[in-house]
Design a protein around this ligand. Sequence first.
Ligand code: NDP
Length: 296
Amino acid sequence: MTDHRPPHATLPATAHAPALELPAIGQGTWYMGEGLVPRSDEVRALQQGLELGLTLIDTAEMYADGGAEEVVGEALVGRRDQAFLVSKVYPWNAGRDSAMAACERSLKRLGTDHLDLYLLHWPGSIPLEETLETFERLREQGKIRRYGVSNFDVDELETLNALPDGSECAVNQVLYHLGSRGIEYALRPLMQRLGMPLMAYCPLAQAGQLRQDLFGHPVVREVADELGITPAQLLLAWTIRPLNGRRDVIAIPKAVQPQHVEQNAAALQVDLSDEALARLDEAFPAPGRKVPLDIV
Ligand code: NDP
């Protein structure tokens, strides 16, 4: 039977939570809450995204020093149950007491009593065992439903997976876009072997040091024009494409402009042919060797 649902990725069942399907495109929040645009625009954008099915919202205590979490909290007033809410803890706050306190602060700013997913933002110097034990405590207390990591490369993920609760980690969130395919050589295959979905940040390559003008690339423009979609939609559809027959990516573009939110949601309906993918592969080849993990 044909599956007519929009593309989704499945978080595998853990010892404490059943498997869960999430739409393959969610919403990022980096640079929200900084006062760069009216806060009401950011709130409205997140609500618009929720209405269009972009139900995963990704934030972090780092973004605008908690300001992004406050924007998300405002957007979720009266609709918390519509969202799958992800936040992240600084590595230096990921200790036995510090992570408990950091999580409490995040919950307060977000105006909720639980996170659906709590991530270690990047590897740090606090022993991973301690962070995992603390995530487990937060889970037992109902403050988080699942936990995971971000910016973990192959070695770090292997170390994590060998720890007692390592296999409970739900996702690894890393930078991934058409112009940055390094993870396809070793990290993504490892994650597929572990059954761990990938959350792809900077899927539009539009922010941070790795900003690239993929929108203006001639092959991107040509393929997008032929499909009648925008370059951004092409990049999103490419990011969430199945690999080895499996859909296991959730892209988290950040968008404030209403037409951007609308386009990003519509990208869930874009089907890329093998021929389109081959042309993109030729212009942006997959890596032939291990390269260090790209980060912002
Ligand atoms: P993105 O690749 O999502 O790019 C965001 C930019 O693209 C914004 O300027 C936005 O404009 C623009 N944009 C969004 N949609 C469209 C569209 N359809 N057409 C044209 N332009 C568009 O970069 P981010 O760095 O924000 O990454 C996404 C999210 O990933 C972050 O917000 C954050 O939640 C997460 N992240 C996680 C990191 C980690 O270390 N774990 C690191 C970096 C990001 P506008 O807002 O004006 O609509």
